[in-house]
Design a protein around this ligand. Structure first.
Ligand SMILES: Cc1cc2nc3c(=O)[nH]c(=O)nc-3n(C[C@H](O)[C@H](O)[C@H](O)COP(=O)(O)O)c2cc1C
Ligand code: SF4
Length: 505
């Protein structure tokens, strides 16, 4: 009997994978639900004996079973240009294993890193993480080993491991794919971290918008209990606030408090969850750990990448892009390669105008900077950020002034309200952009405020003065905000102003 492999990842389901699976079952095939390969434009993608077809609709199932449907056949999936060019470490099992199969996990090396780590002294485990050069994948890029060492060395009877699975950035989905496709790997990474720092309990803080990932991870934690004992993990579900991805707001949220950012110091590594030393790491950071703790893994990881950006990054290609999906590769690949060669340019077929890298607080980068290597320091040098590795593509119909305005709007909507530059400055920013654009194309809700804007003009502020005021405001937000929500909002605004001044005319 033919065995057909189809992903049960949320994106595949959204594209109709369930109906396709049912059609294959009705045609007498054995259907195996596996993780996603991450080629989103081909979903629902089906695999028979290593060969792929996609996107498949139920109407094409009969042809595929009969050995036809050549027009949607992509040949051997593992040899597809999108897959073969990748260096998959964190996503090594993507497309290949059944997410909740302990058998598949163990057969592909699962638990061996945990066994190895538990046979080592905690300080040796931390030494391997330090040697790998692993940096946090949630956005700030802080060295994971240093954070772990701080928690390990903090004198306390209780310590925690918290996995940040809030994944609030636009154009990102790697955490979700990992938790849905290879949840045991994250669990193994958390258990290794717990051994290294001396924690008995862990939490995964996940966004409520990920119902499939929540269900999968909870099921996986129950299945893995005996492998990770005495360490225990609990899933906590957020309530939809972007700021709860910020680590201290997240800790408040787990504690049942309002998701408000805490002042640092104290660092969560010293006084985190319930006042105890706490490691807060992103899903991808923790999921990279089993590879690093495998025999020779740390050295291999450190050899990949460039300068201080070591290892691989699961990059997410999204927005107006022809070949959107998950592309894991060593740091150093150029932005242009990712967008044009791998992503195939825009889905609309129009020229690329801008890409926003690093979520809603990331800079907009023009094609003239597409030689920028994917590397934390290179991006920082270009006033941009890698963040969680999301790339959102826009074609030439995008209005960068409207997107700059959106950055302020987003900040105003998501601000926790603790500090003035972010809480008030974001709203003043929306107004300033509208005033700068008077005579251009005001947004719908700005029309109501037009008289007030004209009054500001009548009061004598020229366009240049409004622009100078905007610059002042951005400076106040950048240097006067408590956390990156307020202090990074200037990135999208400044980059839009710098590279597309004509859009603000
Ligand atoms: C407003 C805001 C939102 C954030 N959202 C996330 C998020 O969704 N996921 C994440 O891992 N880190 C997020 N971060 C970064 C975390 O504060 C923190 O740096 C991260 O969890 C540390 O883990 P890492 O070192 O493994 O990256 C956010 C930060 C800010 C300021
Ligand atoms: S910058 Fe904004 S989100 Fe961050 S602490 Fe201040 S008010 Fe809260």
């Amino acid at each position: 009997m033919t065995t057909v492999r189809i992903s049960d990842d949320a994106l595949a389901l959204a594209c109709g994978a369930e109906a396709v699976a049912a059609a294959f079952a009705a045609a007498g095939c054995t259907v195996e639900r596996v993780s996603s390969w991450g080629m989103h434009w081909l979903e629902p993608l089906v695999e028979i004996n290593g060969v792929g077809w996609g996107p498949v609709s139920p109407a094409r199932v009969g042809e595929i079973v009969a050995g036809g449907a050549d027009d949607i056949c992509i040949g051997p999936i593992a040899a597809h240009p999108f897959i073969i060019g990748q260096q998959r470490l964190t996503f090594a099992r993507a497309g290949k294993t059944r997410p909740l199969s302990l058998e598949d996990f163990a057969a592909s090396g699962g638990w061996s890193a945990l066994t190895r780590a538990r046979a080592m002294a905690p300080a040796t485990v931390i030494g391997e993480v330090l040697a790998s050069g692993l940096r946090g994948r949630g956005g700030a890029g802080f060295p994971a080993g240093i954070k772990w060492r701080t928690v390990a060395e903090a004198p306390a009877s209780h310590k925690f491991v918290v996995c940040n699975a809030d994944e609030g950035d636009s154009a990102t989905f790697a955490d979700r794919m990992l938790m849905e496709g290879d949840p045991f790997q994250l669990i193994e990474g958390m258990a290794i971290c717990a051994h290294a720092v001396g924690a008995a309990r862990g939490y995964v803080y996940m966004r409520s918008e990920y119902p499939h990932a929540i269900a999968k991870l909870k099921a996986a934690i129950a299945l893995a209990a005996e492998h990770i004992a005495p360490f225990e993990i609990e899933v906590r579900v957020g309530a939809g606030a972007y700021v709860c991805g910020e680590e201290t707001a997240l800790l408040n949220s787990i504690e049942g408090k309002r998701g408000e950012v805490r002042a640092k110091p104290p660092l969560p590594a010293l006084e985190g969850l319930f006042g105890c030393p706490t490691v807060v790491n992103n899903v991808l950071t923790l999921a990279a750990v089993p590879h690093i703790l495998s025999e020779g893994g740390a050295a291999l990881y450190a050899r990949l990448g460039v300068d201080r950006s070591k290892g691989t990054m699961p990059i997410q290609l999204a927005g107006n892009i022809r070949h959107g999906g998950l592309y894991e590769t060593a740091f150093g690949i150029s932005l242009g390669d990712l967008v044009n060669r791998i992503g195939g340019g825009t889905a609309s077929g129009r020229p690329v105008k801008a890409v926003q890298v690093g979520g809603p607080l990331g800079a907009y980068v023009p094609p003239s900077q597409f030689d920028l290597p994917f590397d934390y320091e290179a991006f920082a040098g270009a006033d941009a950020l890698i963040g969680h590795g999301g790339i959102c593509v826009f074609d030439d119909s995008a209005d960068l002034a409207a997107l700059a305005r959106f950055a302020f709007e987003f900040c105003a909507a998501e601000s926790c309200g603790k500090c003035t530059p972010c809480r008030i400055g974001s709203t003043r920013g929306v107004e300033l952009i509208d005033r700068i654009r008077v005579g251009g194309k005001p947004q719908a809700d700005a029309v109501e405020r037009l008289p007030q804007m004209h009054n500001a003009r009548k009061a004598g502020r020229s366009r240049e003065e409004e622009l100078a005021l905007l610059d002042d405001l951005l400076e106040a937000m950048q240097f006067g905000s408590l956390c990156a929500l307020g202090s990074f909002t200037p990135y999208p605004v400044r980059s839009a102003l710098k590279h597309w001044p004509e859009d603000f005319a």
